[in-house]
Write a protein that binds this ligand. Structure first.
Ligand code: ZN
Length: 419
């Protein structure tokens, strides 16, 4: 028994080390990207720097309809496996397939891998990403580049070429050199979102040390102004709860969507789908901005509640303290009704269809209940400490809660998460 426990413990420690300290990592992308709007093909050539940390291989995910012309190191072809016959390795990328690079030299850490491939984006589901003549948005969710959800500190430099009637934006800093758009991400990230449309427009505002840029195409000017001012109010408000963002630059890309809201958040970058500006837009903006702080939990497991429930709860706090208490209470009541039969958060299977209800709504209701037990001041302090202490799992959060409140409150939350 003791022997088994020791072994389990050792395995656990090794897993942690492998994942967080000695894990093989993508360090940087330096790629030429040619986008053909008509044929929906994306041609990519360039270097991907991978630190194998002396591991035999690294697993990445790439769009299923991809043809490789060359994968080599210093001119010598390297060994790789493209798992077209297996399902996607990442639940968020339905049409992704595993692309495993074998380490060509076990004694060397950093390996500059030259890639030359072509992805056919026909058949891409119009969800987070899109490939239409009106709006091209490619990134992590359709894996136009080899993505690795564990490589969160990659920098990138992309040179993007496209039909000259299109303008390009994306998750990085954009400059145009001749006919080529250069996008750089000098900050740590795991995504490279490229956006292209005819008549892309941009509007900028400064708020303290923050620059807020909004990029859009088919949106009424008045709505863009409302989005800008909401973003500023949201940043101001969260600045009172959470430590101030060091990053002085935030870019919102706003796309009109008849089906309504949604979005995602990356380093310094927020993608929003909005029908028209209204209450739900304000909450969506607040939710996405809250992710600058509500982050750290493993988004592929139930620990994602540490991201999503906290972002949604923070968004509701914004609604309560900047719109009205009544609107906040209405949201909480509506969420309570929708979670009556929802499964427990604890151990929840992230790929279950109820993910949105459980990890966003149920978690937000539980945090609302926690606030009514411990008080607003204590709750805000807890949110602040969760972020500054970089809490990545629920047990650590429960430890923090117990230390800040009591064993009784800790047990209450643990039991509530389990029911
Ligand atoms: Zn979220």
């Amino acid at each position: 028994m003791i022997h088994i426990m020791k072994k389990t413990y050792l395995l656990f420690v090794l897993t942690l080390l492998t994942t967080f300290i000695y894990g093989q990592q993508i360090k940087s992308y330096d790629l030429d990207v040619a986008i053909d709007v008509k044929t929906k093909k994306v041609k990519v050539k360039g270097l991907i720097n991978i630190d194998f940390e002396q591991q035999p291989s690294i697993s990445t995910t790439i769009w299923k309809n991809t043809k490789f012309n060359d994968i080599s190191v210093n001119g010598i072809p390297m060994s790789y496996t493209f798992e077209t016959d297996k399902p996607t390795p990442i639940i968020f990328i339905d049409e992704g397939r595993g692309l495993i690079f074998s380490n060509p030299n076990k004694n060397v850490g950093n390996v500059p891998i030259y890639v030359d491939y072509e992805s056919d984006m026909n058949g891409i589901e119009p969800s987070a990403e899109l490939f239409t003549e009106d709006w091209i948005q490619i990134g992590f969710y359709n894996a136009w580049f080899p993505v690795d959800i564990k490589s969160r500190n990659a920098t990138s430099k992309l040179r993007i070429s496209i039909d000259p009637t299109y303008k390009v934006s994306g998750s990085g800093k954009i400059t145009k050199k001749g006919d080529v758009w250069e996008m750089t991400q000098p900050w740590p990230a795991y995504d490279n979102v490229i956006i292209a449309a005819k008549n892309l427009q941009s509007s900028q505002a400064k708020k303290g040390n923050a620059t807020i840029e909004t990029v859009y195409t088919d949106f009424p000017e008045a709505d863009i102004q409302s989005i800008m001012s909401t973003s500023q109010t949201v940043l101001d408000y969260f600045g009172k709860i959470y430590p101030k963002q060091n990053e002085a630059y935030i870019k919102f890309v706003v796309k009109h969507s008849a089906n309504g809201g949604g979005g995602y958040n990356r380093a310094n970058f927020i993608s929003l789908r909005i029908n028209n500006y209204g209450l739900s837009t304000q909450k969506t903006i607040a939710h996405e901005v809250a992710h600058f702080w509500a982050t750290g939990g493993d988004s592929t497991t139930w620990q994602d509640w540490l991201n999503e429930s906290f972002a949604e709860y923070s968004a509701l706090l914004y609604v309560r303290d900047n719109i009205s208490t009544k609107t906040y209470t209405d949201y909480i009541e509506a969420y309570k009704k929708s979670i009556v039969d929802a499964p427990a958060i604890w151990g929840f299977n992230r790929s279950n269809n109820a993910a949105y209800t459980v990890l966003y709504k149920k978690g937000a209701v539980i945090l609302h209940e926690l606030e009514s037990k411990i008080g607003t001041d204590q709750m805000f302090k807890l949110l602040y400490l969760k972020h500054t202490q970089g809490i990545k799992n629920t047990t650590d959060f429960l430890d923090l809660l117990e230390q800040q409140t009591s064993k009784k409150i800790r047990n209450w939350l643990e039991n509530t998460l389990k029911s």
